[in-house]
Design a protein around this ligand. Structure first.
Ligand code: ATP
Length: 234
Protein backbone atom coordinates (compact mmCIF):
# COMPACT_ATOMS: atom_id res chain seq x y z
CA UNK A 1 0.00 0.00 0.00
CA UNK A 2 2.73 2.46 1.01
CA UNK A 3 6.44 2.17 0.39
CA UNK A 4 9.31 4.44 1.40
CA UNK A 5 12.38 3.84 -0.74
CA UNK A 6 15.78 5.14 0.40
CA UNK A 7 14.36 8.33 1.89
CA UNK A 8 16.60 11.08 3.33
CA UNK A 9 14.97 14.00 5.17
CA UNK A 10 16.73 17.07 6.58
CA UNK A 11 16.00 20.01 8.88
CA UNK A 12 18.34 22.57 7.33
CA UNK A 13 21.73 20.87 7.52
CA UNK A 14 20.63 18.30 10.09
CA UNK A 15 19.86 14.93 8.56
CA UNK A 16 16.96 13.32 10.43
CA UNK A 17 16.24 10.34 8.12
CA UNK A 18 18.98 8.29 6.51
CA UNK A 19 18.18 5.91 3.68
CA UNK A 20 14.83 4.90 5.19
CA UNK A 21 13.03 2.10 3.38
CA UNK A 22 9.90 0.47 4.71
CA UNK A 23 6.58 -0.86 3.55
CA UNK A 24 3.05 -1.02 4.88
CA UNK A 25 0.69 -3.59 3.39
CA UNK A 26 -3.05 -3.27 3.07
CA UNK A 27 -4.78 -4.38 6.27
CA UNK A 28 -1.75 -4.37 8.54
CA UNK A 29 -0.84 -2.66 11.79
CA UNK A 30 2.83 -1.77 11.38
CA UNK A 31 4.73 -0.14 14.21
CA UNK A 32 7.86 1.99 14.18
CA UNK A 33 9.66 1.99 17.51
CA UNK A 34 12.75 3.81 18.68
CA UNK A 35 14.15 6.16 21.30
CA UNK A 36 13.53 9.88 21.63
CA UNK A 37 14.90 11.74 18.64
CA UNK A 38 15.38 8.60 16.52
CA UNK A 39 13.38 10.09 13.65
CA UNK A 40 9.97 8.47 14.11
CA UNK A 41 7.89 11.67 13.92
CA UNK A 42 9.97 12.86 10.98
CA UNK A 43 9.09 9.62 9.18
CA UNK A 44 5.37 10.35 9.56
CA UNK A 45 5.79 14.01 8.62
CA UNK A 46 7.68 12.96 5.50
CA UNK A 47 4.92 10.54 4.46
CA UNK A 48 2.36 13.36 4.94
CA UNK A 49 4.37 15.82 2.86
CA UNK A 50 4.87 18.24 5.76
CA UNK A 51 8.59 17.53 5.66
CA UNK A 52 10.05 16.83 2.24
CA UNK A 53 12.14 13.84 1.29
CA UNK A 54 15.36 15.26 -0.17
CA UNK A 55 16.28 11.87 -1.60
CA UNK A 56 14.28 8.75 -2.32
CA UNK A 57 10.69 7.99 -3.13
CA UNK A 58 7.38 7.43 -1.37
CA UNK A 59 4.96 5.26 -3.32
CA UNK A 60 1.23 4.95 -2.55
CA UNK A 61 -0.53 2.11 -4.38
CA UNK A 62 1.98 2.41 -7.19
CA UNK A 63 1.87 6.21 -7.42
CA UNK A 64 4.75 8.47 -6.30
CA UNK A 65 3.49 10.94 -3.67
CA UNK A 66 6.67 12.57 -2.35
CA UNK A 67 6.10 15.69 -4.44
CA UNK A 68 2.41 16.12 -3.57
CA UNK A 69 1.15 18.72 -1.10
CA UNK A 70 -0.13 17.60 2.33
CA UNK A 71 -3.79 18.15 1.38
CA UNK A 72 -3.39 16.13 -1.82
CA UNK A 73 -1.93 13.32 0.30
CA UNK A 74 -4.87 13.48 2.74
CA UNK A 75 -7.25 13.34 -0.23
CA UNK A 76 -5.61 10.06 -1.35
CA UNK A 77 -6.63 8.46 1.96
CA UNK A 78 -3.73 9.06 4.36
CA UNK A 79 -4.55 10.78 7.68
CA UNK A 80 -2.25 11.57 10.54
CA UNK A 81 -2.88 11.94 14.27
CA UNK A 82 0.08 14.11 15.26
CA UNK A 83 2.02 13.84 18.51
CA UNK A 84 0.50 16.01 21.21
CA UNK A 85 -2.97 15.59 19.65
CA UNK A 86 -3.33 19.20 18.45
CA UNK A 87 -7.06 19.41 18.76
CA UNK A 88 -8.69 22.85 18.74
CA UNK A 89 -9.38 23.58 22.44
CA UNK A 90 -12.00 26.31 21.90
CA UNK A 91 -14.01 24.38 19.32
CA UNK A 92 -16.55 21.84 20.48
CA UNK A 93 -16.02 18.10 20.10
CA UNK A 94 -18.45 18.13 17.13
CA UNK A 95 -16.67 21.04 15.46
CA UNK A 96 -13.30 19.32 15.87
CA UNK A 97 -14.78 16.23 14.19
CA UNK A 98 -16.29 18.32 11.36
CA UNK A 99 -12.79 19.60 10.58
CA UNK A 100 -11.64 16.05 9.97
CA UNK A 101 -14.21 15.76 7.18
CA UNK A 102 -13.46 19.11 5.54
CA UNK A 103 -12.35 17.58 2.22
CA UNK A 104 -15.53 15.50 1.92
CA UNK A 105 -18.82 16.40 0.26
CA UNK A 106 -20.82 13.21 0.95
CA UNK A 107 -23.15 14.41 3.72
CA UNK A 108 -24.69 10.98 4.37
CA UNK A 109 -21.26 9.32 4.51
CA UNK A 110 -20.09 11.95 7.00
CA UNK A 111 -23.15 11.31 9.21
CA UNK A 112 -22.48 7.56 9.07
CA UNK A 113 -18.85 8.08 10.03
CA UNK A 114 -19.88 10.33 12.91
CA UNK A 115 -22.06 7.49 14.20
CA UNK A 116 -19.10 5.14 13.70
CA UNK A 117 -16.63 7.24 15.74
CA UNK A 118 -19.22 7.82 18.46
CA UNK A 119 -19.73 4.05 18.64
CA UNK A 120 -15.97 3.62 19.11
CA UNK A 121 -15.80 6.29 21.83
CA UNK A 122 -19.29 6.81 23.33
CA UNK A 123 -17.90 9.38 25.78
CA UNK A 124 -17.32 11.78 22.89
CA UNK A 125 -21.00 11.58 21.97
CA UNK A 126 -21.90 12.59 25.50
CA UNK A 127 -19.50 15.51 25.30
CA UNK A 128 -20.14 16.58 21.72
CA UNK A 129 -21.08 20.16 22.68
CA UNK A 130 -18.22 20.60 25.14
CA UNK A 131 -15.07 22.56 24.13
CA UNK A 132 -12.28 20.14 23.16
CA UNK A 133 -9.92 21.80 25.64
CA UNK A 134 -12.10 20.74 28.59
CA UNK A 135 -11.63 17.02 27.86
CA UNK A 136 -9.12 14.89 29.78
CA UNK A 137 -5.84 13.94 28.07
CA UNK A 138 -7.17 10.51 27.13
CA UNK A 139 -10.41 11.95 25.74
CA UNK A 140 -8.44 14.49 23.69
CA UNK A 141 -6.41 11.62 22.24
CA UNK A 142 -9.68 9.82 21.40
CA UNK A 143 -10.94 13.00 19.76
CA UNK A 144 -7.76 13.37 17.72
CA UNK A 145 -8.07 9.77 16.49
CA UNK A 146 -11.75 10.28 15.65
CA UNK A 147 -11.02 13.51 13.80
CA UNK A 148 -8.51 11.65 11.61
CA UNK A 149 -11.07 8.85 11.04
CA UNK A 150 -13.61 11.44 9.84
CA UNK A 151 -11.50 11.77 6.69
CA UNK A 152 -12.28 8.04 6.15
CA UNK A 153 -8.59 7.19 5.66
CA UNK A 154 -7.31 4.00 4.13
CA UNK A 155 -4.09 4.48 6.11
CA UNK A 156 -4.08 5.99 9.59
CA UNK A 157 -0.76 7.34 10.88
CA UNK A 158 -0.57 7.58 14.67
CA UNK A 159 2.24 9.45 16.43
CA UNK A 160 2.68 8.24 20.04
CA UNK A 161 -1.00 7.90 20.94
CA UNK A 162 -0.02 6.63 24.42
CA UNK A 163 2.13 9.65 25.33
CA UNK A 164 1.36 10.99 28.81
CA UNK A 165 -1.69 8.78 29.37
CA UNK A 166 -2.49 6.50 32.32
CA UNK A 167 -2.00 2.74 31.70
CA UNK A 168 -5.74 1.99 31.78
CA UNK A 169 -6.43 4.66 29.13
CA UNK A 170 -3.53 3.39 27.02
CA UNK A 171 -5.15 -0.08 27.06
CA UNK A 172 -8.42 1.42 25.81
CA UNK A 173 -6.74 3.43 23.04
CA UNK A 174 -4.77 0.40 21.84
CA UNK A 175 -7.90 -1.77 21.88
CA UNK A 176 -9.66 0.82 19.72
CA UNK A 177 -6.71 0.94 17.30
CA UNK A 178 -7.12 -2.84 16.88
CA UNK A 179 -10.85 -2.42 16.28
CA UNK A 180 -10.30 0.34 13.72
CA UNK A 181 -7.84 -1.97 11.96
CA UNK A 182 -10.25 -4.91 12.09
CA UNK A 183 -12.83 -2.63 10.46
CA UNK A 184 -10.52 -2.22 7.46
CA UNK A 185 -8.20 0.72 8.16
CA UNK A 186 -4.48 0.06 7.78
CA UNK A 187 -2.45 1.51 10.67
CA UNK A 188 1.12 2.82 10.94
CA UNK A 189 1.83 3.32 14.63
CA UNK A 190 4.82 5.27 15.91
CA UNK A 191 5.50 4.52 19.57
CA UNK A 192 8.06 4.76 22.33
CA UNK A 193 5.85 2.32 24.23
CA UNK A 194 7.37 -0.56 22.28
CA UNK A 195 5.91 -3.33 24.38
CA UNK A 196 2.28 -2.31 23.85
CA UNK A 197 2.82 -1.36 20.22
CA UNK A 198 4.42 -4.71 19.32
CA UNK A 199 1.59 -6.56 21.07
CA UNK A 200 -1.02 -5.19 18.67
CA UNK A 201 1.13 -4.91 15.52
CA UNK A 202 1.63 -7.45 12.76
CA UNK A 203 5.13 -6.19 11.89
CA UNK A 204 7.57 -3.67 13.28
CA UNK A 205 10.58 -1.57 12.38
CA UNK A 206 13.22 -0.31 14.81
CA UNK A 207 14.76 3.09 14.18
CA UNK A 208 18.03 4.44 15.59
CA UNK A 209 19.63 7.75 14.64
CA UNK A 210 17.45 8.18 11.58
CA UNK A 211 18.06 4.68 10.21
CA UNK A 212 15.95 1.53 10.16
CA UNK A 213 18.12 -1.01 12.00
CA UNK A 214 15.68 -3.91 12.28
CA UNK A 215 12.54 -5.13 10.52
CA UNK A 216 10.60 -8.25 11.49
CA UNK A 217 7.27 -9.65 12.56
CA UNK A 218 6.07 -8.06 15.80
CA UNK A 219 6.21 -11.49 17.45
CA UNK A 220 9.88 -11.95 16.56
CA UNK A 221 10.79 -8.42 17.67
CA UNK A 222 9.12 -9.05 21.04
CA UNK A 223 11.39 -12.07 21.48
CA UNK A 224 14.54 -10.45 20.11
CA UNK A 225 17.22 -10.08 22.82
CA UNK A 226 18.46 -6.69 21.57
CA UNK A 227 14.95 -5.28 21.37
CA UNK A 228 14.10 -6.67 24.78
CA UNK A 229 17.06 -5.04 26.50
CA UNK A 230 17.03 -1.73 24.56
CA UNK A 231 13.28 -1.07 24.25
CA UNK A 232 11.31 -3.41 26.46
CA UNK A 233 13.31 -2.93 29.68
CA UNK A 234 13.85 -6.69 30.11
P1 ATP B 1 10.29 11.86 19.75
O1 ATP B 1 9.86 10.56 20.27
O2 ATP B 1 11.02 12.67 20.77
O3 ATP B 1 9.23 12.63 19.02
P2 ATP B 1 11.32 11.03 17.20
O4 ATP B 1 11.90 9.65 17.08
O5 ATP B 1 9.95 11.23 16.73
O6 ATP B 1 11.45 11.51 18.69
P3 ATP B 1 12.05 13.23 15.53
O7 ATP B 1 11.16 14.18 16.25
O8 ATP B 1 11.63 12.74 14.20
O9 ATP B 1 12.34 11.96 16.46
O10 ATP B 1 13.50 13.87 15.45
C1 ATP B 1 14.57 13.31 14.66
C2 ATP B 1 15.76 14.24 14.70
O11 ATP B 1 15.44 15.46 14.02
C3 ATP B 1 16.21 14.64 16.10
O12 ATP B 1 17.61 14.69 16.11
C4 ATP B 1 15.59 16.00 16.28
O13 ATP B 1 16.37 16.78 17.17
C5 ATP B 1 15.62 16.56 14.87
N1 ATP B 1 14.51 17.51 14.64
C6 ATP B 1 13.20 17.25 14.76
N2 ATP B 1 12.45 18.34 14.46
C7 ATP B 1 13.34 19.30 14.14
C8 ATP B 1 13.22 20.68 13.72
N3 ATP B 1 12.02 21.24 13.56
N4 ATP B 1 14.36 21.35 13.49
C9 ATP B 1 15.58 20.78 13.65
N5 ATP B 1 15.75 19.51 14.01
C10 ATP B 1 14.67 18.78 14.25
Amino acid sequence: MLEMRHVDTFYGNIQALRDVSLEIRDGEIVTLIGANGAGKSTTLMTICGINRARQGEIIWNGQPIHELSPHEIVALGISQVPEGRLIFPDLSVSENLDLGAFLRRDAQGIRDDLDYVFSLFPILAERRRQPGGTLSGGEQQMLAICRALMARPKLLLLDEPSLGLAPIIIQQIFAIIQRVNANGTTVFLVEQNANQALRIAHRGYVMENGRIVMADSAQSLLQNEEVRSAYLGM
